[in-house]
Design a binder for this molecule. Sequence first.
Ligand code: ADP
Ligand code: MG
Length: 431
Amino acid sequence: MAIELGKSKSIVGRSPKDIAKYKFKGTGYIGKVLLSKGEKPVLGRKIFMDLSKPHLVLVCGKRGGGKSYTMAVMLEEFARLEPEIKNRISIITIDTVGIFWSLKFANKENEKELANWDLKPAETNVRVLVPKGKLDFYKEKGLPVSGAFTLKAAELDAVEWMALFKLTWKDPEGVLITRVVDEVKKKLGSYYGIDELIAAIKNDAESTKLVKQAMINRLKVAKTWGIIEKEGTRLSEIAKAGEITVIDVSAYRQAVGMEGTRDIIVALLGKKLFEERMLFRKEEEMKVLKGQKRESAMPIVWMLIDEAHMFMPKDSDNLALQVLLEWVRVGRQPGLSLLLATQRPNKLHPDAISQCDLFISHRMTSKPDIEAVAALRPSYLHQDFDHLYAEMPKSKGYALIIDDNTEKIWMVKIRPRFSWDAGVTASAFTK
Ligand SMILES: Nc1ncnc2c1ncn2[C@@H]1O[C@H](COP(=O)(O)OP(=O)(O)O)[C@@H](O)[C@H]1O
Ligand SMILES: [Mg+2]
């Protein structure tokens, strides 16, 4: 069904019923429709995206195709939502590369291109939070950090400690940490850190000296990560209403053996947000039943994850996988939206592809990846996927948008960013 709101603007991600009811309220301007192909593409109507209702959005495309750029455009639009809508949403971005801080700076270099779109460079207010133990790392690089966060040790169960250290139930260290976590929880409740675990291991009578030492060494390494502490940052500090929070985990990118740290951050954050939203959803429903406004102390949440195949792999396990699958399968009901960006849809868990309601794809050339998303092709799409990619202009920023909400498909050019792009490909040339 075609949705015509006059010829100049259209909305993706919003059902025809909601378009009639809310019009453009709570949407963001993301680009323009491509009208003609060839060397000098002609652009047509503006495309707006719904940002106010829960969605599962998948952003695909090969490396350098514009995925992170498109995410940045969306973050700029979240920041510019009408206050009464914005203040009901909390936006959290998991930044694995360390690029979204640059939203804070206006894109002066892009002034000309922005002017072609009748837009101007502008800064966007984002909060950049980094793991507490890595604060110096970011400060040395001169990155504009807004604050630090930690995870609460007591929130990690034995399975999570084991996963962090790649241990199994069969490993003697796995047996030891399971026993010790249990013991410490009984003795100290929810107020303990790595030091208390080490002390308990020293007192353990059942494991051998060697096993105990091996486990202590691992915990000492975990301490240097500077993320797991007695006292964790409160969820309400991280998921603030009306705020765009960038959780920068890029410090753990190069460090061997620390990938688990990045995963546990996403896993614990995802788990807590899910649990809290479930509770608050009940509170909201009660209010509606009593004839009051649908309101609770906790905002609905959008989580945007760049390089999502890292956390939701198809063929391997990951600490965050089960948590994110919950978001994918039932998150929309309690108001949890997820945007997943990946250059490897073929490596992404298939549920993330089949469940998405808004599919945004930049250029893709790898056959297995195209095939992986072709599996999502809804019945209203009577075109061949390869064909659609072949028609996409080669220059950056073009995307195919397949929208289940309106059952429409668009070829779009994503608008230029207001803010500076820190993701520009590194090059050996200095000029
Ligand atoms: N919509 C766009 N308009 C203009 N340039 C773009 C656009 N999208 C991407 N680019 C350019 O392409 C580069 C790579 O995009 P990026 O989003 O970092 O790729 P990906 O995340 O898919 O690897 C950007 O640094 C930018 O220079
Ligand atoms: Mg990227």
